[in-house]
Design a binder for this molecule. Structure first.
Ligand SMILES: Cc1cc2nc3c(=O)[nH]c(=O)nc-3n(C[C@H](O)[C@H](O)[C@H](O)COP(=O)(O)OP(=O)(O)OC[C@H]3O[C@@H](n4cnc5c(N)ncnc54)[C@H](O)[C@@H]3O)c2cc1C
Length: 347
């Protein structure tokens, strides 16, 4: 997103990253909110996006704040449905559009970076070995590990200990055709579930890392117990004869803010700058928004605006504060377990 905006402003861009988008369990079941299509349209990427055949999510159910199911029909939203993404395909499409716009896309992983005078010198690892490159500005868009920023001494301020346990359950019946996403609170956190295919469903359990047993057996028992408390999800599992849960993978899902968000000649953007609790469901949009702001700040700085980076960093901190207020109001809607650690910490 930043690369597209920078090239539109006439900058020469080199995009450094893995040749093929890498996906992890964190990427399973990710949805682009309805406003995402408006972004794609604005970038001239609507047809490329639709060609990925993302599944339309027209209805979202939540059991949050009471035992009753609350259904939100997305079709009634001004922007239409949400979209269930295949992140590898989506990221690949974005990368291809950057390449097609004339950026140099280099396959490699950043190894080191240092500033000499007003230039950056960096080393990256490719299949063939190590290579070096030079640039006037550096934009870290490497996700929540903030690879470049950390090498420059920045660190992340963690807001909580949220962790996700993504579990894919399988059915041989091929009968699950329900494209409703479901969010369900429980005493120690919440579940998110959506169908991946007719035979696979994602069930993700979100809780705090210290509330999750270390042993896989104990973890499984705990999650099964919590799932058993949930009429809706356990019924669905039984109805389609889904396989047992396998809670082996853990994915960090906490909110955090990079400090600082930039320095002389560099900025961080997307999750490299700030991460949202996935409950907000707006991580990708927030990353695109932040990338657009970062591109603007780089262009202004290149044109001599000495305040551009300060403003970008101020806005980033402000956005994080607003996010924390919004998040608190979401969690405050659930009062049933207010004395349990997970909910007490968020009250
Ligand atoms: C469990 C979970 C569920 C989520 N669900 C949703 C959802 O439903 N909807 C939503 O909008 N958001 C969701 N999010 C948030 C979403 O994943 C992020 O907001 C989004 O991916 C941020 O995009 P990004 O480009 O900043 O970072 P990333 O998507 O992490 O991309 C970073 C890129 O940097 C590359 N990279 C990493 N290290 C290096 C290196 N050393 N050198 C070069 N390149 C490198 C990576 O390969 C990758 O291509 C979820 C997050 C989690 C953890």
């Amino acid at each position: 997103m930043a690369a597209l905006a920078l090239m539109e402003a006439g900058a020469r861009v080199r995009l450094l990253g893995p040749g093929k988008p890498t996906t992890s369990r964190a990427h399973l079941g990710q949805c682009l909110p309805p406003a995402g299509l408006t972004w794609m349209r604005a970038l001239g990427l609507e047809s490329s996006f639709r060609a990925l055949a993302p599944r339309r999510i027209v209805s979202h159910e939540s059991v949050w704040g009471s035992p009753h199911v609350d259904t939100r029909e997305m079709i009634a939203s001004a922007h239409g449905p949400s979209w269930l993404l295949d992140r590898a395909k989506f990221d690949g499409m974005m990368r291809e559009s950057v390449r097609a716009s004339g950026a140099e896309a280099v396959e490699g992983r950043l190894v080191s970076v240092e500033r000499t005078g007003s230039k950056w010198n960096y080393t990256f690892r490719t299949r063939a070995g190590h290579e070096t490159g030079h640039a006037s500005f550096l934009l870290d868009a490497s996700g929540r590990n903030s690879i470049a920023a950390r090498k420059l001494g920045a660190h992340r301020l963690r807001a909580d200990r949220l962790i996700s346990v993504p579990m894919v359950v399988r059915s041989e019946l091929n009968t699950d055709l329900d494209d409703t996403t479901r969010l369900e609170a429980n005493e120690d956190g919440w579940f998110f579930s959506c169908r991946i295919s007719a035979s696979e469903r994602l069930i993700s359990f979100y809780t705090d890392s210290d509330l999750l047993p270390a042993s896989i057996d104990a973890r499984k028992k705990k999650i099964e117990y919590l799932l058993g408390q949930s009429d809706h999800l356990s019924d669905r599992m039984e109805h389609h004869s889904y396989s047992a849960l396998d809670p082996q993978s853990l994915v960090p899902a906490h909110g955090s803010l990079l400090d600082p968000l930039g320095g002389e000649g560099w900025l961080a953007t997307g999750e490299a700058a700030l991460c949202h609790d996935p409950l907000c469901g707006d991580g990708i949009i927030e990353a695109m928004n932040s990338a657009r702001h970062a591109a603007r700040a780089l262009v202004s700085a290149a044109n001599g605006d000495s305040n551009a980076f300060v403003e970008y960093k101020d806005q980033g901190r402000e956005r994080f504060k607003n996010y924390q207020l919004t998040l608190r109001s979401y969690y405050a809607l659930e009062m049933r377990w207010r004395n349990h650690a997970f909910w007490k910490r968020r009250s």
